[in-house]
Ligand binder design. Sequence first.
Ligand SMILES: Nc1nc2c(c(=O)[nH]1)N[C@H]1C(S)=C(S)[C@@H](COP(=O)(O)OP(=O)(O)OC[C@H]3O[C@@H](n4cnc5c(=O)[nH]c(N)nc54)[C@H](O)[C@@H]3O)O[C@H]1N2
Ligand SMILES: Nc1nc2c(c(=O)[nH]1)N[C@H]1C(S)=C(S)[C@@H](COP(=O)(O)OP(=O)(O)OC[C@H]3O[C@@H](n4cnc5c(=O)[nH]c(N)nc54)[C@H](O)[C@@H]3O)O[C@H]1N2
Ligand code: SF4
Ligand SMILES: [Mo]
Length: 747
Amino acid sequence: MSAAESRTHCRTCPLCEAMCGLEVVVEGDRVTGIRPDRDDVWSRGYVCPKGAVLGDLHHDPDRLRSPIVRDGASWREVGWDEAFEVIAARLQPILTAHGIGALTAYFGNPTAHAFSLSRYVGAFMAMTALPTVYSAGTADQWPKNLTSALMYGTMWTIPVPDLDRTDHLVILGANPAASQGSLLAAPDVIGRIDAIRRRGGKVVVIDPRRTATAEHADEWIPIRPGTDAALLAAIANVLFAEGRADPGAVAPFTRDVERVEELCRSFTPERVAAACAIDAATIRRLAHEITGAPSAAVYGRIGTCNQEFGTLASWLVEVVNIVSGNLDRPGGAMFSDPISWPLLRLHPPDQPPGFAFGRWKSRVRGAPEVLGQFPLSCLAEEIDTPGDGRIRALITIAGNPAVSAPDAGRIDAALPELECMVSIDNYLNETTRHADVVLPGLSPFEQPHYDELFWSWAVRNAANYSETIFPPPPGRLAEWEILLKLAAIVGGTPPGEADPRVLDDLFFGGLVALVTTQAGSAIAGRDASEIVAETRGEGPDRLLDFTLRCGPHGDHYGKSPQGLTLEKLRAQPHGIDMGPLEPQIPEVLRTPSGKIELAPEHITADLPRLEARLDRDEAALVLVSRRHLRSNNSWMHNLERLVRGRERCTLLIHPDDAARAGVSDGARARIRSEAGSIEAPVELSDEMMPGVVCLPHGWGHDRPGIRMAVAARHAGVNNNLIAPGDLVDAPSGNAVLNGIPVEVRPV
Ligand SMILES: Nc1nc2c(c(=O)[nH]1)N[C@H]1C(S)=C(S)[C@@H](COP(=O)(O)OP(=O)(O)OC[C@H]3O[C@@H](n4cnc5c(=O)[nH]c(N)nc54)[C@H](O)[C@@H]3O)O[C@H]1N2
Ligand SMILES: Nc1nc2c(c(=O)[nH]1)N[C@H]1C(S)=C(S)[C@@H](COP(=O)(O)OP(=O)(O)OC[C@H]3O[C@@H](n4cnc5c(=O)[nH]c(N)nc54)[C@H](O)[C@@H]3O)O[C@H]1N2
Ligand code: SF4
Ligand SMILES: [Mo]
């Protein structure tokens, strides 16, 4: 038999925010090669090792391909109808006896990356009206969401450093050499950083670890974990004290500049120097360099978010960008203007104008809700603490909280106490092994793709749609169908009567009707039924056609007939590029005042906690996390080509600290926090600043009952077993996963 004919498909890699264009070579039903797409208008031939092995993910024998139902200690593959019948039979009695509050959902990180999930979690939440949900967001970017909601008016309106035009870039708590950029969508961030220096600009990395990103910078400034807010407040202090503060073009749209000046007055460089472990002269110089450069951008990411003062640090990143005159101008921090109209900028229907917090409190520890969610670390106690209002049923959606949540051991122990657990997930892993039913999504190549969220903070306004490569096997459901069907079951509809297409029509019709009522939308005042009738496709494709047509370059349903539709985008397999970012203020602002709120009370009320921290005795050793280019949180360790080679789950420790602790390179160490202790091999490294040790997150695959053969052979250890669940950033409830006091001892 002759070899099947080979075909090449253009695809966007769905794994991270870089959104690289790939050429996927296929023979018959096999992926035989993946190359960078040099003609991709956005990524221009850049890829990383993960994109190149997406074929291994598609063909991974451990990837689930049909629903599975627990039968005691074993699993049984079942058809979709049976899976939904089992779910309804388990869920309904719980909901009848205890009400909707007994059920919650957890949304994991790939929810933001999957075309189907990203567009339908909103529908799922609206249809189920779950009183509380949990997400990886409160272990990640909740401080950023909170800051943007209060300062700019929506939680996803997040400015991005204008990498391609800036003269001066200051990076705090991000390592794009590994992560490839986060809340910063740009392919080849490191290449772009090199380009800043080539054109005569400067790049500074502020991080407790001299990362691979720092190796590309002009300067690395080590900082004690958790003190970025103090450093940034001192930088703002210098700008005000020396008359260098001037918001420039955004000044007429900015409120409360004087208030911030007053609030930063006590945070002088001398006052914060010891806590930050950065001398006052360096802090002054940092401030002078930011205002001295023709343009500058300060960028803070996960290390400034999942830490003790995540919200203050995130807010002060904005403050420094604004008062140094760098917000909304080329080379500064800019807002994108997504080609697909961002539905996420609609004001949440349950929120009053502006935002209210603490509208309800968690049952066990009384944590206030923030942007509709409780801290992720509340989930375990809400399950394992008996009493009225206890969570008895859980739906996890593309998430692995048994690994990724703080105090992970408690979650792991709590999940088996649930009376019903359903997971939408592609693997039987540390979390889903506790489920009653697992419903798998499709492989990335069995579905179309378009990123929803990331174009909201991309360094250019571009767009790219990926066609399905392999038609899904007959009868397989897409995740949007799974979500709609589950939502209907939660609402009491018998599974056999829950038709995803009917539900989708209802959802879409409702959404269009809502957008026609939004002043400023491209279809304001139009007849919703006409718009619905003119929109093509179903599911996420239909939503995309709608948002493209309502977007800045859309056909606006006949008003701009030359404008964009999904059909026109599909005709461009390498994508379309509308150029660099342009100023967006005031149009982008959605605050009730229509202005930038520079001093939101909910945030500034946390400053006394920061002030008090400055006088605290410092812990001798604290733990931070790291990422690796060949990993993706907890779930890409089952691909041999990504995990082979040297062991990666090691404790990085400075040689001086190692000598003090009596541990040596390659030996095993015990790392203990107030939450527990774990063991890991030691790797001596002068990359670490003394006093700080580092473990990667996303490991610990040696759990019984998981079905990830390769990952189990490269198990590593879960650093979240020692992340205390009660450590949260006060204003946002975000988990503190960096800066955890620990002791290290030889084993
Ligand atoms: N110590 C420490 N902990 C951390 C962090 C840290 O820096 N340090 N980072 C935090 C951050 S930023 C995040 S975002 C969280 C991540 O936390 P989670 O989102 O809970 O964890 P992931 O490892 O991303 O798990 C993704 C899950 O989705 C599944 N999956 C993958 N693709 C798909 C798909 O297409 N469809 C479906 N249905 N499922 C899919 C995978 O099998 C896996 O179960 O971890 C947080 N935890
Ligand atoms: N290859 C790969 N890419 C990924 C992921 C992955 O797991 N692997 N995960 C994705 C996800 S979910 C996210 S959220 C992004 C995150 O993307 P990034 O924010 O770039 O995350 P990291 O690479 O973990 O870099 C965080 C840095 O913060 C530093 N740090 C820790 N504590 C502090 C502190 O208190 N202050 C300062 N200034 N720095 C501190 C750490 O030393 C580390 O260098 O990456 C995404 N991309
Ligand atoms: S950087 Fe790697 S993982 Fe991220 S989109 Fe590009 S190829 Fe995929
Ligand atoms: Mo994340």
